[in-house]
Ligand binder design. Structure first.
Ligand code: NAG
Length: 189
C-alpha cells in the first residue's frame, strides 16, 4: 500500500480511538522506546509533513515517558548522536516569577539528551542515568530549544558516558546546561 494511504488510515484511526490510545498501542507494539531513531526514520519515510511527524513522534515519546507529558514539547530532529526539541512556556510549567520551572527544564533536557544517547546504542546496549547536573545560566522564558550531540562511541569497553544538553531561548542565548552521566553496558561490536 502507498505510504500516504497508510498515513491517512492512521489519521482516521487516531480520530476514532484517540491519539493517546493509538500511541500507547504503537509504543507497546514496539516493546519500548529503546530504538527511537528507528521510529523517527520510519515516520520520515512516510513523507508526512515534518510538523505532523514531530507531533506523532512527540506523542509516542510522551507515552513512553509519562513525565514528559507535563511539558509542551516537540522533538524536531533526531539523527545518530543528535537530538533537538522545542518547549513552549505554559502556565503549568511556570513558577510564580513567570519563568520556566527548574524541574520542567530538567524534564525537557533529560528527554532530549536521552534520545541523543539512545540513537547511538545497539539493541543489546544498556544505559542508566546516574547523575544530572543542571546549570541555570539565565532566566528561561518563552520558546526554548534543547539540543544534545553525543560523539560516536569508539570505546565499547566504556562503562560511563557523560553527555551534555544545551537549552537556548528564542534569541539563541544559552539559558541552561545539563550534564548527564550514564552508566552503560555496551555489547562489543
Ligand atoms: C534570552 O535571554 C537573554 C538573557 O537572559 C535575554 O536578554 C533575552 O531577552 C532572552 N530572549 C528571549 C526571546 O526571551
Amino acid at each position: 500500500m502507498n505510504n500516504t494511504l497508510v498515513f491517512i488510515a492512521v489519521l482516521a484511526m487516531m480520530a476514532m480511538i484517540g491519539l493517546n490510545h493509538l500511541s500507547a498501542m504503537i509504543t507497546q507494539k514496539l516493546g519500548s522506546i529503546r530504538d527511537p531513531l528507528q521510529i523517527w526514520n520510519a515516520l520520515q519515510a512516510t513523507g508526512v509533513p515534518i510538523r505532523i511527524r514531530a507531533w506523532i513522534f512527540s506523542s509516542i515519546v510522551a507515552n513512553a515517558n509519562p513525565y514528559a507529558q507535563s511539558i509542551n514539547f516537540r522533538i524536531t530532529e533526531l539523527r545518530k548522536g543528535t537530538a533537538c526539541g522545542v518547549m513552549k512556556e505554559t502556565k503549568q510549567i511556570s513558577n510564580p516569577f513567570e519563568c520556566v520551572h527548574a524541574a520542567a527544564l530538567i524534564t525537557f533536557g533529560e528527554m532530549v539528551g536521552e534520545l541523543a544517547l539512545l540513537s547511538l546504542l545497539g539493541k543489546n546496549d544498556r544505559a542508566v542515568l546516574t547523575n544530572i547536573n543542571t546549570e541555570y545560566v539565565k532566566v528561561s522564558r518563552g520558546l526554548l530549544t534543547a539540543s544534545s550531540i553525543v560523539a560516536p562511541i569508539k570505546d565499547r569497553e566504556a562503562t560511563e558516558i557523560v553527555s551534555c544538553v544545551l537549552i537556548k531561548n528564542a534569541s539563541f542565548e544559552t539559558v541552561s546546561k545539563l550534564t548527564l552521566t550514564w552508566k552503560v553496558d555496551l555489547q562489543s561490536a
